[in-house]
Design a protein around this ligand. Structure first.
Ligand SMILES: [Zn+2]
Length: 285
């Protein structure tokens, strides 16, 4: 389907972006309460064998999840030790959990409000932001770093968006927004319009599929400081919010993708199969 080429959006930023993102300093400043639509779309990867691709996207405290988190951290630390030596203290970030790990397919647990200010929760949030920016991605849910808690972070920047085709940016209603940290998010779909576009996930690396998302949503929850927040979002930001909140329900985008649209990133611009719905905005089915 011709619409694929015009509307395809790589959900994750490019290598250059990744490098700059790595230089960013994460601030603990609580997110602003309101942000409008945004979209994340990925720049074109010229050499996927070298560059990591970006994607949308990851606390019950199940033993499996904790093991996953611990395993990732310890293994990474061990590897880092070879290169850093004992005198250097470079922070080791959690690895992104991939599809198939139980933590991605279970319900996440709510964070107790009185725990939000704790060193543990604040560290998880800081790690999530760093992992998301390093990937790079425009969103991440705590289960994606092996933590089965209801925490999501998302962010889209002018720079990320600049790598996307202008037609896509407009069609997806993608606009930049500052870092959002939402704890115990509750998503409410609004309006009667749906948007069909390709999306990807850091936990399903290297693939994309069309997913129908509500064009407008309202999300309430708590910010990093534990204060109540409410976000009214549309377009790409609404998609990111739905994608990340799905993670907290143990749902990956592939669990609700439009059949026969699944493909590798390399084949993203190839025509959709006959009978597949056109990309774009339409009334909810
Ligand atoms: Zn994801």
């Amino acid at each position: 389907m011709e619409g694929v080429q015009r509307f395809t959006h790589r959900l994750f930023p490019v290598p250059i972006v990744a490098q700059k993102c790595l230089q960013k300093t994460f601030t603990k400043t609580p997110l602003t309460t309101t942000h409008l639509a945004l979209t994340f779309r990925k720049p074109i990867f010229t050499n996927r064998s070298i560059h990591q691709e970006p994607a949308l996207c990851s606390n019950l405290i199940t033993s499996a999840s904790i093991k996953t988190y611990s395993r990732s951290s310890s293994s990474t630390s061990a590897r880092a030790g070879w290169f850093l030596g004992l005198t250097e203290k470079k922070q080791v970030l959690p690895e992104i959990v991939k599809a198939g790990d139980p933590v991605l397919h279970e319900l996440a647990q709510e964070v107790r409000p009185d725990e939000i200010g704790s060193e543990r929760i604040q560290k998880i949030i800081e790690d999530m932001v760093k992992v998301m920016r390093k990937a790079p991605g425009v969103g991440l849910a705590a289960p994606q770093i092996g933590i089965p808690l209801k925490i999501i972070v998302l962010e889209d920047t002018i720079e990320y968006i600049s790598y996307a085709p202008k037609d896509d940016i407009k069609a997806q209603d993608r606009q930049p927004f500052e870092l959002l940290v939402i704890i115990n998010p509750k998503l409410k779909k609004k309006g009667k319009k749906a948007a069909l576009f390709f999306e990807g996930c850091l936990s399903v690396d290297g693939f994309r599929a069309v997913v129908e998302r509500c064009l407008e949503v309202e999300v309430t929850g708590l910010n990093q400081g534990g204060q109540p927040i409410k976000i009214d979002a549309s377009g790409w930001q609404a998609r990111i919010l739905q994608h990340e909140c799905d993670h907290l329900d143990g749902t990956l985008y592939v669990d609700k993708m439009v059949p026969r649209t699944f493909r590798t990133v390399e084949n993203l611009d190839l025509p959709l199969a006959h009978g597949c719905p056109k990309l774009g905005v339409r009334l909810l089915s």
